[in-house]
Design a protein around this ligand. Structure first.
Ligand code: GDP
Ligand code: MG
Length: 598
């Protein structure tokens, strides 16, 4: 342990600019992984990250680097996600570091999250090293991107390291550079222990594994620790650092990043952002922790099999440990039984949680249509928040209904300006500013209802700008709106789980699309099934699924047995994910279909 040879840094960038690829290269250069064991996206350990090619969780890893100056440095690298839904993960990673590599794609240039991530790093007083990545691309334009880095970000162009994370070109020089520019951590290993919980995960055998950054003091196995916010005490069983697995150490000292295992089974004791100290010699004051996360999308999660309720509860508890931004409370539905009302940071976050519940915990679940949180003022003056359509009151009792607005920050080549303005205005956006960054790029800001951005805004923006426009947003407050509750009636039964709160002018369109989607998703049955969308008692849209006439397998003409069997197996598989609503079987996909309506 030589404190002055430690560097704690994170890699921040707009999505797809190459953070995970650069982290891979670092691991290889520092021989943390043999060529035989190497696979792409080393640090993206969840299946879902590898499949989607995105980082969801921040990951820490310790690597050793032999510098040309003759010293061996201990580098703690934290890879971070780039998608706007996960900026909370970025802010946590930043709190564990002294410096950041700010990556900019050499052909794309500075984008919306390049800016927001840099501001976040500056807020935490990190030293920033600008890196231009993907220099191997024929379309790489170092001069133009260097201009942007100088002009938009206010960083010096002489500081820029042009690299290719893909080929490894200049990566060695970059590591030497970050050792030079990023300071070693402060603090003293003699002081009372003060460490920050920046993440944690649950291990089936060892209980809670707490990810920590030590700011002061020393910790070792056998110490009694105290978690400052709730004063719970534990005996430390093991401490260590992250390589590609957990590597035990004799102790951890000020400035280091690593883990603590202390036989903790009570998950709710551990909160990300909390401070850990020693009972024997406690520090005086806790670290400042993190800004509280505010979920913006709400949806209820139900087990398909009502017997799995307890299992779902345990699974959500464990996910919460690894994802502090997830919030939840108990919920009940007439159609779906007992479940949980959950808050998410965005639709991608919702999809990720859904997939993790299914994959990591083997649960079959359905999610109800997501909603933003509205502010309702009743005629008697009472003000409250509402996100669950099931709790929508008698419209006659409402004095004022307000919905959350965001400020959307879009950077685009000027070619697409017109169509992006049309898109934003179609989503009830109001332009608040326009700023030409240079002659080819413009930054526009729009005030827009969050509910309009949630669904297909991001995809549309990407497609009309051929992928060139980038987008970031923050919630700015509430504005008056005209809200209605759109109900879905299937075969005469109002299905509470499919109700949605929608802007009145969008209700007809939404109702029509939902009915149509449901018609595609619900399999024909022995009887005719009417599907209706209604506001109060007024039916605004209708579709009918005609009754089933033939056995499905008759399509196979009896000849091809294996095909017939496959079809039956497929049906059986599908059945497992069915939910009976009244006397109609709704497949899980029906609930999902309502999520993405366009
Ligand atoms: P992240 O979202 O910032 O973590 O980006 P990734 O590391 O997942 O990279 C996004 C895409 O860019 C992947 O397809 C990478 O293979 C590609 N990529 C990353 N670095 C380079 C590079 O230096 N050159 C080229 N040509 N492609 C790169
Ligand atoms: Mg990544």
């Amino acid at each position: 342990y030589e404190q002055e040879k430690i560097r704690n840094f994170c890699i921040i960038a707009h999505i797809d600019h190459g953070k995970s690829t650069l982290a891979d290269r670092f691991l290889q250069r520092c021989h943390s992984v043999s060529d035989r064991d190497f696979k792409e996206q080393m640090l993206d350990s969840m299946d879902i990250e590898r499949e989607r090619g995105i980082t969801i969780k921040s990951q820490a890893v310790t690597i050793e680097f032999n510098s040309v100056d003759g010293n061996t440095y201990q580098l703690n690298l934290v890879d971070t996600p780039g998608h706007v839904d996960f900026s909370y993960e970025v802010s946590r990673a930043i709190s564990a570091c002294e410096g950041a590599l700010l990556l900019v794609d050499a052909s794309q240039g500075v984008e919306a999250q390049t800016l927001s991530n840099m501001y976040m790093a500056l807020d935490h007083d990190l030293d920033i090293v600008p890196v231009v990545n993907k220099m191997d691309l024929p379309s790489a334009d170092l001069e133009r991107v260097a201009d942007q880095i100088e002009h938009d970000l206010g960083l010096e162009r002489e500081m820029i390291y042009p690299v290719s994370a893909k080929t490894g070109k200049n990566v060695e020089e970059l590591i030497e550079g970050l050792i030079k520019w990023i300071p070693s951590p402060g603090g003293s290993s003699e002081n009372p222990l003060k460490c920050l919980i920046f993440d944690s995960h649950y291990d089936a055998y060892r209980g809670v594994v707490i990810h920590i950054r030590l700011f002061e003091g020393t910790i070792k196995a056998g110490d009694e620790i105290c978690i400052m916010s709730n004063n719970s005490k534990y005996k430390v069983e093991d401490v260590g650092i992250f390589k590609l697995g957990l590597v035990p150490q004799k102790d951890l000292k000020a400035g280091q990043v690593g883990y603590i295992i202390a036989g903790i089974k009570n998950i709710s004791d551990i909160r990300v952002g909390d401070t850990i100290t020693l009972t024997k010699n406690p520090c005086e004051e806790a670290l400042s922790g993190f800004r509280e996360v505010k979920p913006v999308v709400f949806s209820s999660v139900y087990p398909v099999d009502t017997n799995q309720y307890e299992e779902l509860h345990a699974a959500i508890d464990k996910l919460k440990l690894n994802d502090a931004s997830l919030i939840y409370e108990k919920d009940a539905s007439a159609a779906l039984g007992f479940g949980f009302r959950c808050g998410f940071l965005g639709l991608l976050h919702l999809e990720v949680i859904q997939e993790r519940l299914e994959r990591e915990f083997g649960l079959n679940i359905v999610l109800t249509s997501p909603s933003v949180r509205y502010r309702i003022t009743r005629q008697d003056g009472e003000v409250y928040f509402l996100d669950n359509p099931a709790e929508y009151p008698d419209p006659g009792t409402i004095e004022l209904c307000e919905e959350p607005f965001i400020q959307a920050d879009i950077i685009t080549p000027t070619d697409y300006l017109g169509s992006i303005m049309t898109l934003c205005m179609g989503k009830r956006g109001i332009q608040t500013s326009m700023n030409y960054l240079d002659e080819k790029r413009v930054e526009i800001k729009f005030a827009m209802p969050l509910a309009e951005v949630l669904f297909d805004f991001y995809d549309k923006l990407k497609s009309i700008s051929k992928g060139y426009a980038s987008f970031d947003y923050e919630v700015i407050g509430f504005r008056p709106t005209n809200l209605v509750k759109l109900d879905i009636v299937i075969n005469g039964d109002r299905v509470d789980a499919l109700s949605q709160l929608v802007f009145k002018d969008n209700a007809y369109e939404r109702g029509r699309i939902v009915c149509k989607k449901l018609k595609q998703e619900i399999t024909r049955q022995q009887f005719k099934i009417p599907i209706q969308a209604a506001i109060g008692n007024t039916v605004i849209s209708r579709e009918t699924i005609s009754a089933l006439r033939k056995d499905v397998t008759s399509k196979c003409y009896g000849g091809d047995i294996s095909r017939k069997r496959k079809l039956l197996e497929k049906q059986k598989e599908g059945k497992k994910r069915m939910k009976m609503v009244g006397n109609v079987e709704l497949p899980q996909s029906a609930f999902l279909a309502v999520l993405k309506t366009s």
